[in-house]
Write a protein of this length. Structure first.
Length: 142
C-alpha cells in the first residue's frame, strides 16, 4: 500500500525544464521530490521492519523459531538512498526450552517504536503535500 501511494504521489524520475522566469519554483519542486523519495525510502524500511516484527509475534509459540530483526543501514544517508538493511536473526535473546527466543514484550516495544517512526514520517509527508496544495491554491486566486 505504501509503495503504491509513493508511486502515485512521487514519481521515480521527473525531468523539469525550467524557464528563466521561474527558477525558484522549479527547484522547490525538485527539492520536494528528493525529500519525498527519501521519506518514501524510510517508509519502505519501516514497513519491512513491521513485517518482520509481525512475523516474530505470529511465531512466538513455534518451537525452534528464532526472532529476526531488520538491521539498520550503517548511516541515515544510506537509508535515505534506498538501502533497506538486511533481515538478521537476533542472537542476543534468551532461548526457551523449545528453542524459541521470541520475547513478546520486546516485540511489542519494537512494534510501538516502529509505529511512532512511521507516524512521524507520514506527518512529515503530509505537511509537505499540504504546503504544495497551499501554493497551488494561492496560484489559482491570483
Amino acid at each position: 500500500m505504501i509503495l503504491a501511494l509513493r508511486a502515485a504521489v512521487l514519481p521515480a524520475k521527473v525531468v523539469f525544464s525550467c524557464p528563466q522566469l521561474w527558477p525558484c519554483s522549479c527547484t522547490s519542486v525538485v527539492m520536494f521530490e528528493r525529500t519525498g523519495l527519501d521519506l518514501g525510502n524510510f517508509l519502505t524500511h519501516l514497513v519491512r521492519r513491521q513485517e518482520v516484527i509481525a512475523s516474530n509475534i505470529a511465531n512466538a509459540d513455534t518451537p525452534g523459531f528464532r526472532a529476526r530483526d531488520v538491521a539498520a543501514p550503517g548511516s541515515f544517508q544510506e537509508l535515505m538512498q534506498g538501502s533497506l538493511g538486511t533481515v538478521m536473526e537476533s542472537s542476543d535473546l534468551a532461548q526457551r526450552n523449545d528453542g524459541n527466543n521470541v520475547s513478546i514484550d520486546r516485540e511489542a516495544r519494537l512494534l510501538a517504536e516502529n509505529t511512532l517512526r512511521f507516524n512521524l514520517v507520514t506527518q512529515m509527508l503530509r505537511s509537505q503535500l499540504k504546503n504544495i496544495r497551499s501554493a497551488i491554491d494561492e496560484g489559482k486566486t491570483s
